[in-house]
Design a protein around this ligand. Structure first.
Ligand SMILES: C[S@@+](CC[C@H](N)C(=O)[O-])C[C@H]1O[C@@H](n2cnc3c(N)ncnc32)[C@H](O)[C@@H]1O
Length: 442
């Protein structure tokens, strides 16, 4: 007989919140045990109820804020406390920025044991309607009123019941209800698990993932939706290679302009792109300022994607080489160079987590190196960089913990100085922290 461990019953308690975790929960202690309270801010006194109890820690949710922090604001979104998309809408923007900066500096200090020479001013942009890319879940849940479209709940993993989304680009933010109504009309509604949204300066696209073929009338319904909302519609029956146009028959590539460098970058909805167009422009300008390439410099851009940094860099440096694992992104980057008439940028497909020793780029000297890895960081490549003799390394990171770990290698093993670091508010209201760090040989 399988014995189920009995769940400890939920208890209510009044707590004083001492600090905040990296993912935005308030931290308190009760009878010596740490309690992570979702929705509570440092300095607050809250009445809360446990949601999970373990021998080492408990988690809890706020029932009532008894003494509110000055940092607390009314969230714009009615499901902000539930939806996993945003975790900090109840905190004012200035405090969110401070909290992100603290997360960055704490990681550098505690994980990396490194101190920056200078802290850069945070890069900030619009706090709402900034998100140009998202994957929305779809599920038919009759007892919650029919088809749900949106992000998953923080705690449960079920889809949140939402009618709109304040952080999505304006072309999509009020589209949640129309999308719910649309899917209800589709004969295979239960076989549509997700809708990918992507927008450039020129257009917006919805990609409907479907696990069974759509009928003719389903396709007409989807086309009609595209026509009415001025959006292109694509269908995806399998992996990213299976994405095809439905409406209009031929869909132009998406595109964003980087006027400061006279570059326009084209992409497909399945390609990686920075989701916040305004911060992306500020970030490129900051990278160029900090990397400070000269006109005779050779620059290496690791994890280059579709050339977001490579192509603006090529306008200043002598030559730029972008390295990227995903060959579809490398092809797009090459097309982008061609389309912009850029001849001094080249792109190489290579897995930077499994670097072959004969990679020709490993045997050059590089004046400047930029890297912008995924969340897992760049531990597999960071050890190779000092040997390439750069005058400066700029590291763009979406995970302060891996940035701190990798910084420790440059600073402690190779005697580089972390001359400056700062945050970039790429994802307001969420738990994500985007940052930049500059290293110079001592
Ligand atoms: C945070 S994105 C940055 C992309 C680009 N710098 C930009 O600004 O659009 C990280 C990139 O690393 C690429 N990547 C992930 N794993 C990789 C690996 N093992 N080797 C090389 N590139 C990788 C991803 O495909 C993605 O394009």
């Amino acid at each position: 007989m399988v014995r189920r461990r009995r769940r400890s019953p939920a208890i209510e308690m009044t707590l004083s919140i001492e600090s905040m975790t990296y993912d935005g929960c308030g931290v308190a202690h009760y009878k010596g045990k740490a309690i992570f309270v979702d929705g509570a801010l440092p300095g607050e006194v809250v009445l809360c109820q446990t949601t999970k109890r373990t021998s080492k820690y408990d988690t809890a949710k706020v029932l009532e804020v008894l003494d509110a922090s000055d940092d607390r604001v009314q969230p714009r979104c009615p499901v902000a406390g539930v939806c996993g998309g945003c975790s900090l809408q109840h905190m004012n923007i200035a405090s969110q920025i401070q909290a992100r900066q603290k997360i960055l500096l704490d990681n550098l200090k505690q994980v990396g044991k490194v101190e920056p020479g200078a802290i850069l001013s945070p890069l900030q942009g619009a706090h709402w309607n900034y998100r140009r890319k998202a994957r929305l879940g779809v599920k038919l849940v009759p007892k919650k009123g029919g088809v749900l479209v949106g992000f998953r709940e923080k705690q449960s993993g079920y889809l949140a019941v939402m009618d709109s989304c304040e952080v999505l680009d304006e072309r999509f933010s009020q589209l949640i209800i129309p999308l719910r109504e649309l899917i209800e009309k589709i004969s295979i509604a239960k076989r549509i698990p997700q809708i990918e949204i992507a927008a450039g300066d020129n257009a917006g696209i919805l990609v409907f993932r479907h696990l069974e073929p759509l009928s003719e009338s389903d396709m007409e319904t989807l086309k009609d939706f595209g026509r009415r909302h001025n959006l292109s519609i694509m269908l995806q029956s399998g992996g990213p290679d299976s994405i095809v146009a439905l409406y209009p028959e031929k869909i132009e590539l998406l595109e964003y302009r980087l006027d400061e460098w006279d570059v326009s970058i084209r992409f497909r909805p399945s390609n990686f792109t920075q989701i916040n167009a305004e911060i992306n422009k500020l970030m490129i300008a900051k990278v160029l300022e900090l990397l400070a390439p000269e006109d005779n410099d050779n620059v290496l851009d690791l994890f280059c994607g579709i050339g977001n940094f490579t192509l603006p860099l090529s306008r200043i440096a002598h030559h730029v080489t972008g390295i990227e694992a995903d060959h579809t992104l490398v092809e797009m980057a090459r097309e982008n160079a061609l389309h912009n008439g850029i001849a001094n940028a080249e792109f190489i497909t290579a897995d930077l987590y499994d670097i072959p020793l004969d990679g020709s780029w490993l045997h050059h000297k590089w004046d400047r190196i930029l890297l912008d890895p995924p969340r897992s960081g760049a531990i597999e490549v960071i050890d190779r960089l000092p040997n390439l003799n750069p005058k400066r390394i700029v590291y763009v990171s979406c995970n302060p913990a891996t940035l701190a770990r990798d910084s420790a290698i440059l600073v402690h093993k190779y005697s580089y100085n972390l001359t400056a670091t700062g945050i970039m508010d790429m994802f307001p209201h969420t738990k994500h922290v985007e940052s930049i760090a500059v290293f110079e040989p001592s």
